[in-house]
Ligand binder design. Structure first.
Ligand code: ATP
Length: 561
């Protein structure tokens, strides 16, 4: 780096202290704006670095690089420099509630007992030493890391030590978030907040945004766009108020199975493939098979695609909880690969042959279909159906099939919509079955028409009340395939007590497990409630009438939401 660079670390520490001394966001913003302006004028090379350091970070959140220093190592380094035992650091940390404060206090004591002249630390020195730490690996890595830390602490004043410690732990505790930094960039370099917002949304690199705002102003910010390698915040979904109304509002819709796993954004840049979570953490190392599938199934060019990783067992999805065991894993990855097998469903493309976020979804899906080769059942495209207001049943069938397949529900997507990073808008909607199902008993039914006149197509279901009386709650017409419908009709027929046209009354005996998207108030049913999108999951022959769900449970589930 340039030898002119000599801004003292103490100046940054004074900014931290000033930020810590106020709770007012506007004041924090103007403290930072002033500092960014000075940095921009005096040492522009350092501007991206101090922007990140103002957030207590050395790397953007999505970077694969990390300091990898635990608090144990930090405490040891502090104890060596302060001339006390590691236990003393631990006790002091416990009392102060923060290793940073403990470091400050212990170094202050040490300073009082010794007279030492030290070279003032520069921002560049602190930064480059922390970067050096990330590069150390292999033999005696921990010792080497600690040596660098020790050297840093030896040159630090007590206050500097406090913030070096907190920076290493990525917890600055001065009450500054990304929002304040963005406002400060806008104030310091006199650029519109919206331009900063947009640039940040597309690059997720506040250091770069600050640099471009300073050097090229709004025009430069406007030219920033997404690039493979740097993740963008994903577009989010609102709840659908109902399939019909949602499809009608969109004109027509592309509906997809909603898989229950973790959302991933997959970037290929040159030969590198990186996988980011929704919170933009890089999990590529934890899921090597996904990297392999992507390498096999997509072209060898730069791209960004999105999808959901789920865990499967015997081809069926299993609880989403298992996936956390995989993505948080640092060791034994090969063993876990077999134990917790993953599958990827791709559902969007953000970059291919240039940015595609302004391309309508319908076209993006076409691109995705044209570039993905499904070679094995480990990587597929999300199942999708085109639904018009006249053919709502197609989306309803997809919902039923999703629940039966062990998935969460459906997504309803506007085919004309661009990809809107970080926005939870109306262009992508979700309709989910709630995780808790209800066990309900059949008390009635309605025979079908025409070809289905001999089978009961819709069942009237009930819960129990406090007197053990049955109270109706819903009609369920979907979820059973033709064979199951016939089988159920056969089981139910001996229990029919009364026929009224196509409707029948049935002695309560057969219990069904029902998934649904929502409990709503309804005067139509005796329980006072009804279920939206009830889907039969299975016949429950393993429980009795005493075990079915109650009005009380439905009532409390309704109130919980
Ligand atoms: P939820 O807990 O309901 O998943 P969320 O807050 O995590 O909600 P939302 O944006 O509200 O996320 O819901 C959309 C999520 O559904 C996506 O983030 C993604 O993880 C998941 N998903 C599963 N299948 C699809 C699909 N086919 N298309 C888009 N998103 C999907």
């Amino acid at each position: 780096m340039n030898s002119k660079i000599n801004m003292k670390y103490m100046e940054l520490v004074e900014v931290y202290e000033a930020l810590d001394s106020t709770t007012k966001r506007l004041e924090k913003t103007s403290i930072l704006a002033k500092f960014f302006k000075i940095m921009g004028n005096e040492e522009p090379e350092l501007l991206p670095i101090v922007t990140l350091m103002s957030l207590g970070r050395i790397f953007p959140t999505w970077s694969e690089e990390e300091l990898g220093l635990g608090s144990k190592l930090l405490m040891k380094a502090i104890s060596l420099v302060a001339g006390v035992g590691p236990d003393d650091v631990e006790n002091m940390t416990r009392d102060a509630g923060d290793i940073g404060l403990a470091a400050e206090t212990l170094l202050k004591r040490k300073q009082q007992s010794t007279l030492f002249a030290r070279q003032p630390l520069t921002i560049e020195k602190v930064h480059s030493n922390l970067i050096k730490i990330t590069k150390i690996s292999g033999n005696r890595a921990q010792n080497k890391k600690m040596e660098i830390l020790r050297e840093l602490f030896s040159s630090a004043s007590p206050k500097e030590a406090k913030y070096i410690t907190r920076t290493v732990l990525e917890e600055l505790r001065v009450g500054v978030g990304e929002g304040t930094i963005k406002d400060a960039i806008s104030e310091a370099f006199e650029v519109e907040k919206t331009a900063v917002e947009r640039a940040h949304m597309l690059t997720n690199d506040l250091g770069l945004v600050a640099e471009v705002a300073k050097e090229e102003g709004e025009e430069g910010l406007g030219k920033l766009t997404l690039k493979p390698g740097k993740p963008v915040k994903p577009m989010l979904a609102q709840l659908s108020p109902g399939i019909k109304i949602s499809v009608e509002e969109m004109g027509w819709a592309l509906c997809e199975t909603k898989y229950d796993g973790i959302r991933v954004q997959i970037h290929r840049l040159g030969d590198d493939i990186n996988i980011f979570t929704r919170r933009l953490e890089n999990i590529s190392n934890a899921v090597p098979e996904i990297v392999e599938y992507i390498r096999k199934s997509l072209p060898a060019c730069d791209f960004i695609v999105e999808g959901e990783i789920i865990v499967t067992r015997d081809g069926k999805p299993i609880s989403f909880q298992y996936i956390l065991q995989r993505v948080r894993r640092k060791y034994d990855i090969e063993k876990m690969r077999e134990k917790v097998p993953l599958k990827l469903y791709l559902f969007d493309v953000l970059y291919y042959d240039g940015p595609q976020i302004d391309t309508p979804f319908e076209e993006r899906r076409r691109i995705l279909e044209s570039i993905v080769t499904v070679t094995e059942h480990k990587l597929e495209l999300s199942s999708q159906v085109k639904t018009t207001p006249e053919e709502i049943w197609k989306a309803e069938d997809l919902f039923t099939a999703s629940i039966k397949g062990g998935h969460e529900g459906i997504m309803i997507k506007d085919p004309h919509a661009p990809y809107m990073p970080g926005i939870r808008g109306k262009k992508m909607l979700k309709l989910k079955a709630v995780p808790e199902t209800l066990d309900l008993v059949i008390v009635g039914g309605t025979y079908g028409k025409g070809r289905r006149a001999h089978v009961i197509g819709s069942y009237l279901l009930a819960v129990r009340d406090e007197n053990n009386d049955f109270k109706t709650l819903a009609h369920a017409a979907t979820g059973l395939d033709d064979n199951m419908l016939i089988e159920l009709s056969r089981m139910v027929e001996p229990l029919i007590v009364k026929k009224m046209g196509r409707k029948v009354e049935i002695t309560p005996s057969i219990i069904l497990e029902i998934a649904y998207s929502e409990i709503v108030k309804s005067p139509e049913y005796e329980s006072g409630y009804s279920l939206r999108f009830p889907v039969v999951k299975r016949i429950r022959e393993d429980i009795g009438l005493d075990d079915i769900d109650t009005v009380e449970r439905v009532d409390s589930m309704f109130k919980e939401v």
